[in-house]
Design a protein around this ligand. Structure first.
Ligand code: ADP
Ligand code: MG
Length: 701
């Protein structure tokens, strides 16, 4: 029937129960009640919920759905779903399809195995999921998915979404005070917006299936470098291979059906590395969409005979993968608060909001760093291809000069004679392009938004946005406290901006973040350099951070301590799996393979000597000698690693355990890898048990 292909606008959002669908499917009064719930967070009457649920079910069934699920984001960082069918027995022994308002609004998955950091004692092991009506329901693989938050019955957040929603609320409360001060009486809400750019690798499935390290840990624990890496920059933005192009096309189409604004697809710096960037949207929706994107990438890659690697550092020696979290704040009337604007008045609001972000990032750099700390991201942050582990902000030369003129009470340029005054002068135009191109900065102003580049490719963006929103809410709160009581608003505003620049300018750095000298300079400025996850995590429980989250009702102290424990535990679990995988690969495959290859060399030496008399057999003898020494080192290395794992695990305290894995286990893994990679280089290709870096990185043709 469908001979005419549908255009994108025709099928965009086809699998989403969005505003248009609700408008056409719900009775007028119900639709109005729904809109109020979505816009103002009003709770939904159960009779209204029943009507919505029924309409949703009919709509979903037309799209082939037989089940529904409360789709949520537990603290594992990925999404969870438990499917329930719509069936309900009728009097005749047959079934009817039913979906009630109660089932829509609240669910009780028996999800007691998710990490809770001790928040759920066994007697109250159940948690419940609650509908987040601001993120639309959708149909995926025959299941109606209802985006939800996940809490314990005691009210503790057990997921990543609840704190994110709370932080958006906190920012809304404080930003509204500021917007009011500037006389925007028509504004009823301020929301944060995010556009997360997602990097990933694609490798051939056949090769992947032969690598236990990729299967169990998502990264290669061994592998000597391919002769070619990314030095020619010929992959970056290069022509996309047909197989990858077919994957990207299907990915875009599937995402569009799910209402995700997938916008650009291109090759990234490393061979086999790619990126997808969506158009920005409201933060909680962006977080949901990013989860969906990652899930679909993995599913569709398989369909195309490939595997999508979302790990931060799947391969040594080439770039790792991150997520660029583009962040801003917007009013419901469409004003982007980080847009400099054209008039002195707009400029003033912009400068104040800019200062709010500067103050927030300077004061809460520690907890922002924690929000992206993971075993995977540790391989990336600080390496010479990702932002350094030191948090600083890039503003560009022009904007920095403007702030400096304000701070020093001088004129902005030689031509401009008068002193810069907030609210009086129009900001000189700074070309957007020059603000954008410092790729080494972890937190860069890019014209009308900030781009936070430290997020790991596999991480949920909920964590860092919860921190950014709350920290900025705190700055805005302090600003509003001061300005609301000012005798002269304009003078107070000017002074506040100048004071903030003075107190927080140490966080601004426009230079090369990869440069060694920056590490020393940052130290002089008192900026933190938290190199690893165990080094960063204790910042979670600093008094000032607990106070921040408590004040803005984003986390209770209990919730923070739970997250602190979970993050440490996760770190230990990841390293433990990696170390055990390494031990296994060495014992089962690597040592036997190298040993067998050595025997072959030995046999050759004997036979050659028999055949042609006393010859040195330099190649065979030297290779055999080196391999023999290497296998011994590998063997001893693995014995030492096994001991280190046991010892690290025996620490009772979770922080000590994590620290032991970092300082005792990881270095031993590195040492073993060096020997194995050396052995790989001199072992015949046929004898090596695993696909090589060349095959993994250049294998998709
Ligand atoms: P690039 O960084 O590649 O030059 P853009 O600057 O146009 O590209 O956009 C990068 C990302 O930032 C996109 O996901 C875009 O939608 C997002 N973005 C643009 N404006 C905003 C905003 N106001 N808030 C959040 N994200 C935004
Ligand atoms: Mg960008």
């Amino acid at each position: 029937m469908d001979t005419i292909t549908k255009t994108v606008p025709e099928y965009f959002g086809a699998n989403v129960f969005d505003d248009m669908t609700m408008r056409s499917r719900l009775p007028k009064e119900t639709y109005k009640a729904m809109t109020r719930t979505i816009k103002y967070g009003r709770s939904l009457d159960i009779t209204v919920a029943n009507v919505v649920a029924n309409a949703m079910k009919d709509w979903a069934m037309e799209r082939g759905a037989t089940h529904f699920t409360h789709w949520f984001q537990p603290m594992t960082g990925i999404t969870a779903e438990k499917h329930d069918s719509f069936i309900s027995p009728d009097d005749t022994g047959r079934v009817i399809m039913e979906f009630s308002g109660k089932e829509l609004v609240q669910g009780e998955p028996d999800a007691s195995s998710f990490p809770s950091g001790g928040l759920r004692a066994t007697f109250e092991a159940r948690g419940y999921t609650a509908w987040d009506p601001t993120s639309y329901a959708f149909v995926k693989d025959g299941v109606l998915c209802i985006p939800t938050a996940f809490c314990s019955f005691a009210g503790d957040a057990l997921d990543k979404k609840t704190p994110l929603l709370r932080s958006m609320e906190a920012l809304n409360r404080q930003a509204m005070r500021i917007v009011k001060l500037f006389g925007y009486t028509d504004v009823t809400s301020v929301k944060t917006t995010v556009g997360p750019e997602q990097e990933y690798f694609l490798v051939d499935r056949e090769f992947y299936n032969k690598r236990p390290d990729l299967i169990f840990t998502g990264r290669t624990l061994f592998g000597s470098r391919a002769p070619k890496g990314q030095e020619l920059d010929d992959h970056y933005f290069g022509a996309i291979k047909p197989r990858v192009a077919a994957f990207m096309k299907e990915l875009d189409e599937e995402l569009w059906r799910l209402g995700v604004y997938a916008k650009t697809e291109h090759n990234e710096a490393a061979p086999a590395q790619h990126e997808l960037a969506p158009i920005f949207t409201t933060t909680n929706i962006a977080a949901d969409h990013n989860q969906l994107t990652m899930e679909l990438m993995q599913k569709l890659a398989k369909k195309h005979g490939m595997v999508c690697l979302l790990h931060e550092k799947p391969f040594a020696g080439v770039a790792g993968s991150g997520k660029h979290n583009n962040w801003s704040m917007s009013t419901n009337t469409g004003i982007n608060l980080l847009n400099p604007g054209e008039t002195p008045y707009e400029n003033a609001l912009f400068l104040l909001c800019l200062c709010a972000v500067i103050k927030a990032i300077d004061e809460y750099q520690d907890i922002l760093r924690v929000s992206v700390a993971s075993a995977g991201n540790d391989h990336r942050l600080g390496a010479a291809e990702a932002p350094p582990a030191i948090i600083s902000m890039f503003l560009g030369d022009e904007l920095t000069a403007i702030l400096s003129a304000l701070e020093k009470e001088t004129s902005y340029s030689a031509q401009e004679k008068s002193l810069m005054r907030v609210g009086v002068h129009v900001l000189p135009k700074f070309p957007r392009d020059t603000t954008d191109r410092n790729r080494t900065s972890p937190f860069a102003f890019t014209g009308n938004k900030f781009e936070f580049r430290m997020v790991g490719s596999s991480e949920s963006i909920s964590d860092c946005n919860t921190v950014i929103n709350t920290a900025v809410a705190e700055s805005l709160c302090i600003f509003a406290d001061e300005l609301e009581h000012a005798e002269n608003f304009e003078t107070a505003l000017h002074d506040l901006i100048v004071k903030t620049i003075r107190n927080h300018k140490r966080i601004i750095f426009n230079g090369n973040g990869y440069d060694e000298s920056w590490v020393r300079e940052a130290e002089k400025r008192g900026l933190l350099n938290l190199r690893s996850t165990p080094e960063a995590i204790p910042c979670w429980i600093k008094e000032k951070n607990i106070e921040l989250f408590r004040k803005h009702k984003v986390f209770t102290e209990r919730e923070i301590r739970a997250r602190y424990e979970i993050q440490l535990e996760t770190y230990v679990k990841v390293l433990n799996i990696e170390a055990l995988t390494m031990v296994d690969m060495v014992h089962k495959d690597i040592l036997p393979a190298v040993s067998a290859y050595g025997r072959e060399l030995g046999d050759t030496i004997i036979k050659k000597k028999q055949a042609i008399g006393a010859l040195a057999c330099v190649y065979e003898t030297e290779t055999l000698t080196t391999l023999s020494a290497l296998t011994d080192s590998i063997y001893h290395g693995v014995r030492a690693l096994e001991l280190a794992i046991t010892e690290a695990k025996s620490n009772k305290d979770s922080f000590a355990r994590a620290k032991a894995f970092e300082t005792e286990v990881l270095p031993k893994m590195k040492a073993i890898r060096a020997c194995v990679d050396h052995a790989e280089c001199i072992t015949g290709a046929k004898a090596w048990p695993y696909p090589t870096y060349s095959e993994l990185l250049f294998g998709v043709r």
